[in-house]
Design a protein around this ligand. Structure first.
Ligand SMILES: NC(=O)c1ccc[n+]([C@@H]2O[C@H](COP(=O)([O-])OP(=O)(O)OC[C@H]3O[C@@H](n4cnc5c(N)ncnc54)[C@H](O)[C@@H]3O)[C@@H](O)[C@H]2O)c1
Length: 406
């Protein structure tokens, strides 16, 4: 049986992606658009009793004082990223979500994020312990206020700089001591959010490259509380194409000499990623896939540049130089032009549904069957998209068979 009421708590609630997630969920629930882009609506995944989108209640954290409704208006009017005709019928829904957004934390979030934050959300007087208690309280209050069967927490906030995963982040005991000692330079918001979620028994998804639940101490915590989690960094554009295309060169025994990817994007995400420190994790997760598939590292790399006028739109141009029979060199190029949040939002809804299902079935720990949704899938070395897709189908078929056998 699918549950009746499930909450989705979005970290970065006023962002382009979070806003598109709620606009999309409400539009589908009200029958204002079809379900194109939702993987969980494919025939292969039907048969799993996934939660219906009209049962989803949204809330979240942000560090700016803004509004989901205003962000949706901007995305429609300025960026043409959301059809403006949808918005009047969703105004009441979006205003209601605005009332469910709470102040997050920007402690040690990196230079490009801390300049965005409302000064009250960087309070030096709030200790890490108090921050965690406040965040945990927000989640529990949300669950009780709406009488929710469960709440899935999803990180959709701006990308943080890397965090050195030292000894203190390896074991849960050491991690807890670090919080008690208020060592804020050794922790980042994504880790605090993941901790608050897992400690409260709320499943957690990290759609960003930030550290989130990747540290061993939080794996330990998730298993202790029997909570599923997964990440990192949603695979929606250039990297998705790469993981479909790269196996072709392996299957035909063609040697890739160079693979260079140039990305330009606008929006707030682009503005944050303009800072080298914030860009680092994004570039790392984008670059990892090729060596994983080809078995060697061709010359190349990925660049990401900010072009403000693009707004929510992104262009990637990839140049692939390869060698064939008799050493003859050839090339392949592709250009991907996408609306970032439109590609990502349905996947976030898919992840909420599949995570809620896993939690309902009593599963805990990293949900490796969700690897196909991520650029840097936790605990999975397989980057070929088709193989990752098979892993998901295997999981679905196992569950379908078990449910039918009941
Ligand atoms: N196709 C995609 O859209 C896609 C794919 C993969 C990953 N991502 C990642 O998803 C994230 C969101 O993308 P976006 O386009 O919505 O970005 P965005 O800049 O529009 O939104 C980010 C939001 O997070 C908020 N925020 C920043 N730090 C926060 C914190 N510590 N706590 C709470 N809120 C915080 C910001 O105020 C902003 O409202 C980014 O990290 C991006 O890299 C997006």
């Amino acid at each position: 049986m699918a549950p009746k009421r499930v909450g989705a708590w979005l970290i970065g609630a006023y962002g382009a992606l979070a806003t598109t997630v709620v606009v999309g969920a409400k539009a589908v629930a009200r029958g204002l658009c079809d379900r194109t882009g939702l993987v969980t609506e494919l025939a292969e995944l039907r048969g799993l009793p996934l939660l219906p989108l009209d049962g989803l209640v949204f809330g979240g954290w942000d560090i700016r004082r803004f509004s989901v409704w205003k962000r949706a208006e901007e995305l429609a009017a300025r960026d043409a990223a959301i059809p403006s005709g949808l918005l009047p019928s969703l105004k009441a829904d979006l205003r209601a979500i605005d009332r469910e957004v709470r102040p997050g934390t920007a402690v040690n979030s990196g230079p490009a994020i801390s300049v965005l934050a409302d000064p009250t959300m960087q309070s030096a007087s709030e200790t890490l312990h108090d921050t965690v208690e406040r965040l945990a309280g927000d989640l529990e209050a949300f669950r009780l206020r709406h009488r929710l069967d469960r709440v899935v927490v999803v990180n959709l906030a701006s990308t943080e700089p890397p965090l050195k995963v030292g000894r203190k982040l390896r074991r849960l005991d050491d991690f807890l001591r670090l919080i008690r000692q208020d060592r804020r330079q050794e922790i980042s918001p994504s880790v605090l959010y993941a901790y608050a979620a897992l400690r409260g028994g709320f499943p957690y998804i990290n759609f960003t490259p930030s550290v989130g639940a990747s540290i061993p101490a939080l794996h330990e915590l998730a298993l202790k509380h029997q909570v599923p989690f997964y990440g990192n960094d949603g695979k929606t554009g250039e990297t998705l194409v790469k993981t479909v295309l790269a196996p072709l060169f392996c299957y035909r025994n063609l040697r890739v000499l160079s693979w260079k990817g140039y990305n330009i994007l606008g929006g707030l995400d682009g503005m944050v990623l303009r800072d080298q420190r914030h860009k680092l994790l994004k570039v790392r997760s984008k670059e990892r896939v090729l060596a994983g598939i080809l078995g060697y590292r061709p010359y190349g790399g990925v660049s990401i540049e900010y072009v403000p006028s693009l707004g929510s739109w992104k262009t990637a141009w990839d140049f692939i130089h390869f060698e064939g029979f008799l050493g003859t060199r050839m090339s392949l190029q592709f250009i991907w032009q996408g609306c970032d949040a439109i590609l990502a939002a349905p996947l976030v809804l898919d992840l909420i549904r599949l995570t809620e299902f896993a939690h309902r079935r009593g599963e805990a720990g990293p949900m490796t069957h969700l690897a196909c949704f991520f650029k840097d899938p936790m605990g999975v070395k397989e980057h070929r998209f088709s193989h990752q897709w098979e892993i998901l189908l295997q999981y679905v078929n196992q569950h379908r068979a078990a449910l039918e056998a009941r």
